[in-house]
Design a binder for this molecule. Structure first.
Ligand code: AMP
Ligand code: GLY
Length: 430
């Protein structure tokens, strides 16, 4: 049977999902708050609608006779889009609102890990009294990460001893109007993302990816949604071992078991520390940018994952090409603090050469595609080694030029990868 698949979301991650379904036995339709030109070219229909309005999504699903849906961004999960689609008889690959709290409520997430004895949880305390939180910072012996409990697009966390001093941390807490925060032990090591495809109590994992959250080269500047990412031709990254990967997967396994009825992508973000992987956070969907590393090398038909999930089966065993990937985002100048929209995007899918081009938050006008105030587009190189993949991505960025754009050229470059390896070696020899 040919499926009618509704893809929900309009970023680079969703463009990657659209590509993963392009050659499947499916007619693809999409809806999002913004019109993504890359998805629109692949899909049979594209509807722009309010992103947090489940009824609007359900109406569009009915209009196109959707037989399946797949949700990209967390905002829709938090709004209960999966629950609403299910009530309307459409299976959506993504967790229901209650399960999505593993991402959307960081206080819930930490308590959930503690209550279920899931390994890898840092010491933490949750607060709804901000004065008590500030006192805790004064009294705690060591550095803490300050995390708003709700969604902040990856931009709300401040780490004492890294981005801020204890005084600045307390000022941040007092000046923000968060009503709940988590304070937790600062973890030191290298960050690693492992995404699991979860359905009916079973899961399959993808190769590890390293994202780069900081806006500027050398990991300086404010946190962003993610400036780019790389993966290697194996499951591991150059600074991690098979054992590290397996240990992280066992944490995912304990989490999937405890969640009972979870479906969709479970994204584990780990800090690989001197004593092994610890959990920075879980997300309830593919990473953005990490989806652009993972889906281009997925050789299994992604539609088979969706139909197995819907039909009560375990996900099929996933095959990934033995290829490395490097993804680099181009963002508007000034992003994320003071982004300037309106630069013309000079690269398209043809002129990107060997790189894959994924559109994110752009505005398509009669005379071309322009930046908005969020991440604009990403280029991805896929090759036998990280070095080669990096060069492919850079060649595409050269076509794009840098007028009105900012990118981190250091992502995936040999010396940055070497610094990660040296960092891990240093921690492990201490
Ligand atoms: P999140 O929004 O939870 O992804 O956090 C954003 C970034 O803050 C992460 O990518 C880490 O770099 C950093 N971070 C979060 N929690 C911790 C922690 N407990 N220790 C050190 N860094 C952290
Ligand atoms: N790459 C980080 C995220 O998707 O949240």
């Amino acid at each position: 049977m040919r499926e009618n698949v509704l893809l929900i979301g309009g970023g680079g991650r969703e463009h990657a999902i659209a590509r993963a379904l392009e050659d499947s036995e499916a007619d693809l339709y999409a809806c999002a708050g913004n019109k993504n030109p890359g998805i629109a070219r692949i899909a049979a229909g594209f509807e722009t609608l309010e992103t947090t309005d489940p009824d609007a999504v359900v109406d569009y699903a009915a209009e196109i006779d959707a037989t399946l849906a797949v949700v990209g961004p967390e905002s829709y999960l938090e709004a209960g889009v999966v629950d609403a689609l299910e009530d309307a008889g459409v299976y959506a690959f993504g967790p229901k609102e209650a399960d999505a709290r593993i991402e959307t409520d960081k206080a819930f997430q930490r308590r959930f890990m503690a209550d279920n004895d899931i390994p890898g949880c840092p010491d933490f305390e949750t607060f709804d009294d901000m004065d008590a939180a500030c006192e805790f910072i004064d009294e705690y012996d060591g550095d803490l990460a300050i995390k708003p409990a709700g969604l902040t697009g990856g931009k709300g966390v401040k780490v004492i001893g890294d981005q801020v001093t204890p005084e600045e941390g307390k000022e941040y807490i007092r000046e923000s109007d968060y009503d709940r925060i988590v304070l937790e032990e600062r973890l030191i090591g290298e960050e690693v993302t492992i995404q699991a495809f979860v359905a009916n109590g079973a899961f399959e994992t993808a190769p590890a990816v390293q994202d780069h959250k900081r806006a500027y080269e050398g990991d300086e500047g404010p946190n962003t949604g993610g400036m780019g990412s790389y993966s290697d031709a194996t499951n591991d990254l150059p600074f991690m071992s098979d054992d590290d990967y397996e240990e992280a997967v066992s944490i995912i396994e304990a989490t999937v078991d405890a969640l009972e009825d979870y479906r969709g992508i479970l994204y584990g973000q780990f800090m690989l520390t001197e004593t092994g992987p610890r959990v920075i956070e879980f997300n309830a969907r593919f990473g953005d940018p990490e989806a652009m590393n993972t889906l281009p090398v997925l050789e299994t038909d992604f539609l088979d994952v969706l139909t197995a999930a819907r039909d009560g089966e375990a996900p099929p065993e996933l095959e990934f090409a033995d290829q490395a990937t490097v993804c680099k985002y181009a963002v508007p100048e000034g992003y994320p603090t003071d982004p300037e929209a309106g630069a013309k995007v000079q690269v398209d899918e043809e002129s990107a050469g060997d790189a894959l081009l994924y559109y994110a938050s752009v505005d398509e006008r009669d005379d071309g595609i322009y930046t908005t105030t969020s991440r604009s587009f990403a280029v991805v190189g896929v090759a036998d080694s990280i070095d080669e993949a990096e060069e492919i991505a850079e060649d595409a960025l050269a076509v794009a030029g840098d007028e009105g754009l900012h990118m981190r050229h250091d992502i995936g470059k040999a010396d940055l990868v070497q610094r990660r390896i040296d960092h891990m070696n240093e921690l492990r020899s201490e």
